[in-house]
Design a protein around this ligand. Structure first.
Ligand code: GDP
Ligand code: IMO
Ligand code: MG
Length: 464
């Protein structure tokens, strides 16, 4: 099977887990957007690995490719690789890095961290906005081609000279007199990467299209998610790349008609960074003060069950371990949002949802947004500007008892029918509301904690 895997909400849906799982049946796994702002977690063979730029397929020794529209930080590439090896995985497949990919340079990171966007948007400070600006400029960009192509030193010097005012004004260097030394330092660091990376560099467009023509199978791994897409997302609170299925085709130069489109609908949305979040439980300021591993008391849990939404949000965050895989920041949590999912389904042309982290909602009563409302006006569309729009919740409250690990394993073995009734009601309404079936339901971080049996069949039946 060839498939594109994208996130349906604002990221961290469990793309890493699902791509790793699907990779078993794939020859290639390809990252098509973003950079090391992403953090994709894989739990396999009792080990947890967080990948930022290497595609998840590397864990199963598949061929992996980093596409031409990925913003490439060489340092992260090597640290990702090291963490794979350290965890005991072999990375025996081919590694391909596109010559057109743009390099994240130290000044991109410094400009991002010190710039307006880091505060206003809450960026990951990985240099993504500044490198995307350079890509669009076409004059101050530096690619993998430049890195391995011979006159890298001259290129760095020229770009740093062109950026002289910006670098001094933003205190990336103290004085203009320091610019030459700064360029030399960067060159010294990146020349080392160049030597090590040369062996991996090539053209994704040719290699991947040739592989497809030869009957090889391929997974395209999205980073970030639909609502963070630079065009279709909740601008300006978005990232700087195309995160949608269509983005995969554009970024890689491949024919999307050969691919199934899978979007990951986390059982509840989360958001890290600034921006509107209609179904948010509690607020970001309180979430920011929370620490990973805080345990709610029985009294607090009871209050959450009785309707304290702030505590419910905290409970979901703690049970779901919703702390950033890249920055460690607490993730904001919210009620499921069918308005957003319908929009994501439409934008991506989704064939199948994969629902993740549904285990986290066990024992917690919740509802789902079916429309939005503002100034007495109601809509079932996802507005471009979310400011002021409040969720309208469906009448139904979903609930099922906390499942034991054993019950979870049982459901994995027996399939969809063995899932709790309340959970199936939620899945049924998600499917009915979006008009799209579900192919897998993930009930734990581990690769094997995934319900596949009968899921597509049963959820397709909901649409008849
Ligand atoms: P990604 O960026 O979309 O790959 O997602 P992240 O890795 O940033 O965040 C997802 C987190 O949830 C990771 O810690 C995963 O190990 C974990 N996870 C994935 N699927 C499930 C699931 O079904 N249940 C639970 N409890 N955790 C999951
Ligand atoms: P994965 O692939 C969640 C968010 C940042 C910020 C906004 C812009 O793990 O799902 P950027 O550094 O890209 O300029 O930040 O986008 N963001 C993510 N949020 N998951 C991600 O990746 C993200 N990548 C970027 O928090 O709000
Ligand atoms: Mg993530």
């Amino acid at each position: 099977m060839n498939a594109v895997v994208v996130g349906a909400y604002w990221g961290d849906e469990g793309k890493g887990k699902i791509v790793d799982l699907l990779a078993a049946g794939s020859d290639w796994v390809v990252r098509f957007n973003g950079g090391d702002n992403a953090g994709h977690t894989i739990v396999a063979n009792g080990k947890e690995v967080i990948l930022h730029v290497l595609p998840a397929g590397v864990i199963q020794g598949k061929n992996v490719a980093i596409g031409p529209d990925v913003f490439f930080n060489p340092k992260t590439f090597f640290s990702d690789y090291d963490s794979v090896i350290k965890a005991g995985f072999k990375a025996t497949g081919k590694i391909l890095i596109d010559e057109r990919a743009h390099l994240i340079m130290p000044y991109h990171i410094a400009l991002d961290a010190g710039g307006e966007a880091s505060g206003k948007l809450g960026t990951t400070k990985r240099g993504i906005g500044p490198v995307a600006e350079d890509k669009a400029s076409r004059t101050e960009d530096i690619t993998i081609y430049n890195l391995v192509g011979g006159n890298f030193k001259e290129k760095i010097k020229a770009v740093i000279a062109a950026k002289a005012n910006e670098l001094v004004a933003n205190k990336v260097v103290e004085r203009a007199a320091d610019l030459n030394r700064y360029a030399d330092e960067i060159y010294a660091e990146y020349a080392k990467y160049s030597e090590k990376l040369k062996q991996y560099v090539g053209s994704c467009a040719y290699e991947l299209n040739e592989a497809l023509a030869a009957g090889k199978t391929m997974l395209l791994e999205g980073a970030q998610a639909t609502l963070l897409d630079v065009v279709h997302g909740t601008r300006p609170y978005v990232t700087s790349s195309n995160c949608t299925a269509g983005g995969a085709a554009a970024n890689l130069g491949i024919d999307l008609r050969k691919f199934k489109i899978i979007a990951i609908a986390k059982a509840y949305p989360t958001r890290v960074g600034e921006g509107h979040f209609p179904t948010e439980l509690g607020n970001y300021e309180d979430a920011k003060r929370e620490r990973k591993g805080e345990i709610l008391t029985a009294a607090e849990k009871k209050k959450a069950v009785d309707g304290d939404l702030k505590l419910l949000g905290k409970w979901i965050r703690q049970d779901g371990r919703e702390f950033g895989a890249t920055t460690g920041r607490p993730r904001r949590t919210g009620f499921p949002d069918f308005v957003a999912l319908r929009y994501s389904g439409m934008i991506n042309g989704v064939d199948e949802w994969v629902i993740t982290k549904i285990d986290v909602l066990s024992g917690k009563p919740f509802r789902a947004a079916v429309a939005y409302e503002k100034d007495g006006k109601k809509t079932t569309r996802f507005p471009f500007k979310l400011e002021g729009w409040k969720p309208v919740y469906g009448k139904k409250e979903y609930f099922w008892q906390q499942m034991t690990g054993e019950e979870m394993k049982n459901a994995v073995a027996k399939g969809y029918d063995a899932l709790p009734q309340g959970m199936k009601e939620y899945v049924k309404e998600l499917v009915a509301s979006t008009g799209t079936p579900v192919s897998m339901i993930s009930v734990g971080p581990q690769r094997e904690m995934t319900v596949v049996k009968d899921v597509l069949k049963r959820t397709k039946a909901y649409l008849q």
